[in-house]
Write a protein that binds this ligand. Sequence first.
Ligand SMILES: O=C(O)CCC(=O)C(=O)O
Length: 259
Amino acid sequence: MKISLVQMDIVLGRPEENQNRVADHLDCTMAQESPDIVVLPEMWNTGYDLSRLEEIADRGKLPAWLAELAEKYRVTLVAGSIAEKRDDGFYNTSYVFSPEGKELSAYSKVHLFRLMEEEKYLQPGKRRAPLFSVGSAQAGSMICYDLRFPELTRAMALEGAQLLFVPAEWPHPRLNHWRLLNQARAVENQMIVIAVNRVGSDKNNTFCGHSMVVDPWGEILGETGEEETVLTVEVDPEEVDRVRNKIPVFEDRVPSCYR
Ligand SMILES: O=C(O)CCC(=O)C(=O)O
């Protein structure tokens, strides 16, 4: 299974420019790498221009556009997340589309990140992301700050997730946390973590890149630096079963002690 991670810069508050950038990356990546899955970062349409969401948030157009792209390139598109307006406010929502252009998952970030004032401008999602299939593997997804809540990944692992997608806009000075948490979630849940961060800066933050793929043994299969780039990595979802058989963590759990 070949996965391409689009580690892009995002122009603050300029959805059309960012949309063109996504289209260009997808076009080049599909021509050069022919991956099975493409993954985008968090809030790639607007960046953290939260006070202007009324003007710039998506109003239902981007999901249809992303579905068309997935179908055009016959690729599973884990479309990062977008700022979107709904009747009751703004949400940070991640969509996934199948190679037939069918929506596989829609998930709005449940843990809003106070250090970037999300709780002042966004509504929290109310449920975790539904699992979806890629080939014969089961996958889950979350968004950025969600990574700090191990219960969320564990719930998806218990439901059968073998892969975890994490689109992010994770800034300095917490690069160390980003790298450690991605590895921790992979090792403790014996799953493949595919984490895609943005690069570049806005008025308040410089984003630390280092998109990475971590296998269920904690090995980093690929990692970027802090430049705009696309990283393509081959993963083997069967490695999840091999590691789970070697150290049977899920059989050895004692849930009665965790309350
Ligand atoms: O948890 C962190 O340090 C970063 C989280 C974040 O940037 C976000 O959720 O957008």
